[in-house]
Ligand binder design. Sequence first.
Ligand code: SF4
Length: 500
Amino acid sequence: MPNRTTSRRTELTRGELAAQTGCNIETIRYCEQIGLLPAPPRSQGGHRLYGDDLRKRLGFIRRSRDLGFTLDETHGLLRLVDGGNYTCAQVEALARQHVREIERKISDLRSSSARSKRWPRNATAARYPYAQSSTRCSIPGPRVIRPHECEVDDESRNLGKGFFELGREADRTREHQLAAGGGAAATVERALDSAKFRDPFVTAKGEKRAAVSLRRLRTLWFNTGTLCNLTCRNCYIESSPTNDRLVYLSVAEVAEYLDEIERESLGTEEIGFTGGEPFMNPAFPAMLEATLRRGYRVLVLTNAMRPMMKMTEPLLALKERYPQQLVIRVSLDHYSRSLHELERGPRSWVPAFDGLKWLIEVGFVVHVAGRRFSGEPDSVLRAGYARLFREHRLPIDAHDPVQLVLFPEMDATKDIPEITTACWDILGVSPDAMMCAASRMVIKRKGAPHPTVVSCTLLPYDPQFELGRTLREAGGSVPLNHPHCARFCVLGGGSCTANR
Ligand code: SF4
C-alpha cells in the first residue's frame, strides 16, 4: 500500500491540482523533478494524489515565483523550512537579499531605458541606413532596432536590448515565465504563417527571396552523429539518446573530406565537430587526431559530461601533441544552475561544470556557449557568467563574444518575417556575415551509403539544404528558405563559427 498521509476527500490528481492552483501540469512535473515538490503518494491504481500539504507547498512555490524569487532562492527558503531549524532572521536575510537584487535590476533597466531612448535622436543616416531607404521592409512594426542595424558600440547594443526587454522583464523574470508557464513568448507569438518558406526563390508576398553564396570554405563542420547523452528541452537538432537520424561518421569519411580540401586548395582554416555529443562517437579521438595532424585549428562543441570524461586519456595525449590547435566549447545554457537544468534536465549542471573545470585545470583552451532563452539582455547574461567564472576562478572572459558565445533561440513553429533581397540593405546586414557564406557541414543520414554536405550546422534534416556529395558540389548559393535563416542568422546574429 502506498504511504497515504491525507484523506481521500482532500486528495487531488495532478490535473485537479493544476486546475486548482493555476500552475500547469508541466510546471508541477518540473517542480517534482528538481525536488521543490516531493513525489506524491499514489493510489492503488497508480495515480498521483496530492494532499493539502503538497497543495499548500505548490502555492508557496508559485507565490515565491510571482514575487520574483529564483528557483535557487525558492529552494533555499524551502530547505530552511524542511530542515525545521530556521530562524526568522535567516528567512528575513533571504528576503532582503532578494529585494536588493530586484532594486539592482530595476536600476540597470532604468539606465538602459534612458540610454536607449537617446539612440534615434543621435543616429545619423549612415548609422540607420534603413531610415532613409525607400524600399519597404517586410518586417512588421513596431520596428525594433536590431543589433545589426546600426553601428553603435557593443555596450549600447546590449543596453538597447535591455530597453526592449523592459516591457516583459521588470521584476518578473523570464526564468519565472519559463518555469511557471512554459514560456510567455509561446503564448503571445503567432504561429508561423503556412504560406511562408515554401518557394526557395519567392516569398509568400511574391518578393525575391534572399540567398547566400559561399565566399570561402573557412570552416568545415562534421556532425559526428545525433546521439547524445541528454535530451534538451529545445535542442536545435533534437539530439537525444535515441535520435540516430544522423549516424556516427567514421575516421575514413572525415579524412575523405579533408583530402578534398587539400586537393581542391579550398583554404579551409578550421574544422568544427558537433553532434549530438561528439564524444559519444567511439572514433572521435581518432578523428581529432587525423584533423589536428593536418594542421587545422579544431573547435569541438561538447556538454563536457560523462562521454567526454570517459575519453580523458586520449584527449590529454592530443593536447600534449597539438597544444595550440584545439579549442573546446562547453555548453552552459545559463549562468544559473536552475535555468541550465530547466533546458538540459535535472542533475545536468554539476557534471557539465566539473567537466568544464577539468578541461581548464589540465590546460585546454576552453570557451563557453550560452543561450538567450531567459530573455535577459546580453549585458545581464554576460555579467551573470562573469560572476560565475570569477567565483570559480575560471579564466574565461565573459565579455569576449568568442570566449562566451550567446546563441539566439530558434523555434521554427513561430511566425517570423521572410528575408528578401531588399532586407540586406534595410537591415544593414551583409549576406557574407551568414554562417553559410563561410562554412558547410558534413553529415551522414541513417541508411545512406555515404555522407553528404549540408549548408550549415542548423539544418541537417531539411533536404532542400542538402547541397551535394562533395564540397565542390556544395559550393553554390543557399536560398534562405527556412525560419531558422531569419530568426537565428539574419535577425538573431547567430553563428556556430565564432572561433579564432
Ligand atoms: S540557417 Fe543560417 S547558416 Fe543555415 S542556411 Fe539559413 S542563413 Fe545560412
